[in-house]
Design a protein around this ligand. Structure first.
Ligand SMILES: NC(=O)C1=CN([C@@H]2O[C@H](COP(=O)(O)OP(=O)(O)OC[C@H]3O[C@@H](n4cnc5c(N)ncnc54)[C@H](OP(=O)(O)O)[C@@H]3O)[C@@H](O)[C@H]2O)C=CC1
Ligand SMILES: CC(=O)[C@@H](O)[C@H](O)COP(=O)(O)O
Ligand SMILES: [Mn+2]
Length: 383
């Protein structure tokens, strides 16, 4: 039995993790979980999974649940400290980190210190402070198991291979909600249009990131840290079907890809069962004859400037990716609230990057300060 602590249990990845656990009650048990504001789902999970620890965002919600579940022995906690308590919960063997945004960084670092293996969906953790996370994981000898579909694909393609034989990574990109539009056609697009991803059903923030191609930019930086390759050896390829989840090219010119219909439960489950596999009932098994054709196209960086920003920030390194991530988080949140336009997301990020003087090899305090000051800067643009 593997005991799981699940951060972000009410989100898209969190709910699909719960589905995987439901399919294998003899293999997995959720012993601790966090939600943000979705207390109703927390109630359902408590009844279904009988965890020992539950974390919510506010003290009030935690007190409400405490009074409803009195006598059950469940420990209720809340806020950022509660997220850390959930991440390091002593009865858990593995942390699934599925919160959204850089709020996932501290719990990840604390879980590593507590020697928990981590199934990492929260890519912002690696974008904002990849050098610290990778170094801490190496020192503590804990496994960082990728959940992001592209990184899981690369991880699977590398099984039995030596990393030194990698030539380059080819990360596939669906193109997102606006892939068939020109830049001129992006003027005036609505939040609902942006949230309409062609292949995946995901949380709001990542769906907008996918439409702006920032998701792929974050994934390039995530891949740089997970697979220890320079940015020059990480390519992005447009592949509108999202069937090939990514590929690794080796020195001898062989290319190994991982394929499957788009279903995040596959990489989630693989991170939980690695190096083993278990059956999984998915809605669609891959039938290539039925699909007939797969399409590929070169990435156009002028059409998708956010991807260019991410490569540049990644190559500069230091605090630059922290700025990229923080500016993007605030800009996307403002777009979702209807306060800025879709195209303003990229202009706000560009301004934040242009004004920043990067600091090399930043420690955690510096990362935090840069994250906060970037968020404040974006707020000044809104006034
Ligand atoms: N969805 C997907 O298919 C994929 C997602 N990812 C990555 O996985 C991560 C999660 O994405 P996704 O599941 O789509 O996101 P969602 O928005 O669907 O879920 C986010 C989760 O985090 C919780 N949360 C949000 N803010 C806070 C906070 N301040 N404190 C505590 N909890 C908080 C939410 O709680 P509540 O809703 O209760 O308020 C929810 O449980 C992201 O980093 C994303 O990039 C990667 C690949 C695919
Ligand atoms: C499912 C997953 O991993 C997402 O990150 C997905 O990659 C989004 O698709 P695109 O960013 O390719 O549109
Ligand atoms: Mn992905």
């Amino acid at each position: 039995m593997k005991y799981i602590s699940l951060l972000g249990a009410s989100g898209s990845i969190g709910q699909q993790t719960a589905d995987v656990v439901r399919q294998h009650p003899d293999q997995f048990k959720i012993v601790a979980f966090s939600v943000g504001k979705n207390v109703e789902l927390a109630r359902k999970y408590i009844s279904e999974f009988r965890p020992s620890l539950v974390c919510v965002q506010t003290k009030e919600d935690s007190q409400t649940l405490q009074s409803e579940f009195v006598g059950t022995g469940i420990y209720f906690t809340y806020g950022d400290e509660g997220l850390i308590e959930t991440a390091v919960f002593d009865k858990a063997d593995i942390l699934v980190n599925a919160v959204i945004g850089s709020v996932g960084l501290f719990p990840t670092l604390q879980a590593i210190k507590a020697k928990k293996d981590i199934a990492l969906a929260n890519k912002e953790t690696l974008v904002t402070a990849g050098h610290l996370v990778i170094e801490e994981a190496r020192k503590a000898s804990v496994k960082l198991l990728p959940v992001d579909s592209e990184h899981s694909a690369i991880f699977q393609a590398l099984q039995g291979e030596k990393e030194k034989n990698m030539e380059r990574l080819i990360i596939t990109a669906s193109g997102g909600s606006f892939r068939d539009r020109t830049r001129a056609e992006l003027v005036g697009v609505t939040v609902d249009q942006a949230l309409n991803h062609p292949n995946w059903s995901m949380g709001a923030k990542i769906t907008i990131d996918s439409a702006s191609m920032m998701n792929k930019g974050l994934e390039v930086i995530e891949a740089h840290w997970l697979f220890n390759l320079p940015y020059e050896k990480i390519d992005v390829l447009l592949h509108k079907e999202s069937i090939i989840h990514s590929m690794v090219e080796f020195h001898d010119s062989s290319v190994i890809a991982q394929l499957g219909t788009p279903d995040m439960r596959v990489p989630i489950q693989y991170a939980l069962t690695y190096p083993d596999r278990l059956p999984l009932s998915t809605s669609h098994r891959l039938n290539l004859a039925e699909i007939g054709k797969l399409h590929f196209a070169e990435m156009d960086f002028k059409r998708f400037p956010c991807l260019q920003f991410a490569y540049e920030a990644g190559k500069i390194g230091g605090t630059m990716p922290t700025v990229l991530n923080a500016a993007n988080e605030v800009a996307v949140a403002e777009f979702l609230k209807g306060k800025i336009t879709f195209l303003e997301i990229e202009t706000y990020i560009e301004q934040a990057l242009n004004r920043h003087t990067p600091i090399d090899n930043p420690d955690l305090t510096t990362i935090q300060e840069v994250d906060i000051s970037t968020r404040k800067f974006i707020q000044t643009l809104l006034k």
